[in-house]
Design a protein around this ligand. Structure first.
Ligand code: AKG
Ligand code: FE2
Length: 248
């Protein structure tokens, strides 16, 4: 299916536009990174940690001035320590996967390398969601007009990767399934229907996209079951000149 961008609701502030080396093509890549059995083991570790009180309410920097909070609350997921047993294997698999396909992001593996800057482990239960946001930016009123503008507040987050450990299903009757919880890109719309690009999370699948406002997104409320996601963010670093010259 063909997708196109619509404006990310408010324009990026002008000094920051055009600085990124990332390709802004209206598509996102999804990859299969873990198998079902691996996801089940990790989901069990995370669920147990959540049930034994190791989670905390996800903090957010997106809420200031946002007008589209869901249920008057911008975000209601819970975080768990990314250091939980076994998770490092999943985070490493994510890192390997993103490095294998740098060209899909418009990057040249001979000129760019990725530095992992942040990892998160997220759990959503009935009613939990995240409102529309960009991973690297927040909406700040412009000095002159007062109109909200996107400002980069986490410049080190340039590429985002999300790996899901449970799957969306119409009813969450089986373990490792949840209902609701669609991942929606609000500025990427189907060329014909103009509907936003929705991804139905599947255990073991990973989506990779630039962390900027063109790829703003939300997680629709979970209706039943437990939705589990691992998130990584990477910074793009130029390779040193001598290394570039050394590559044939
Ligand atoms: O849980 C997800 O699928 C996405 C999480 C997300 O968008 C974020 O943490 O910024
Ligand atoms: Fe996000």
């Amino acid at each position: 299916m063909q997708y196109e961008f619509i404006e990310p609701r408010f324009p990026p502030c002008s000094e920051e536009a055009g600085k990124s080396p990332l390709c802004l093509s209206p598509q996102v890549q999804t990859y299969s990174v873990l198998n079902e059995a691996e996801c089940h083991v990790l989901a069990a570790v995370i669920t147990q940690a959540h049930e034994t009180g190791q989670s905390w309410a996800s903090r957010t920097r997106y809420a200031a001035g946002a007008q589209w909070n869901v249920n008057q609350q911008f975000r209601s997921s819970k975080n768990l320590p990314p250091e939980l047993a076994g998770l490092s294997l999943a985070f490493e698999a994510m890192h390997t996967r993103v490095q294998e396909d740098l060209s899909a992001l418009g990057l040249n593996p001979r000129r760019h390398s990725l530095k992992l800057v942040e990892r998160q482990c997220l759990v959503y239960q009935k009613g939990d969601h995240i409102g529309d946001h960009a991973d690297d930016s927040a909406l700040v009123p412009a000095k002159d007009s007062g109109m909200p503008q996107w400002h980069v507040v986490k410049p080190e987050r340039q590429i985002a990767g999300i790996l899901w450990l449970t799957s969306q299903a119409s009813t969450a009757e089986r373990p490792h399934e949840f209902a609701g919880g669609t991942f929606r890109f609000n500025s990427l719309v189907n060329r014909e229907s103009k509907l936003p690009l929705d991804i139905a999370p599947k255990a073991g699948a990973m989506v990779i996209f630039p962390a900027n406002p063109w790829f703003r997104h939300e997680v629709l409320p979970v209706l039943a079951g437990t939705r589990i996601a691992l998130a990584c963010w990477w910074q793009v670093l130029p390779l040193a000149e001598e290394r570039i010259e050394g590559v044939s």
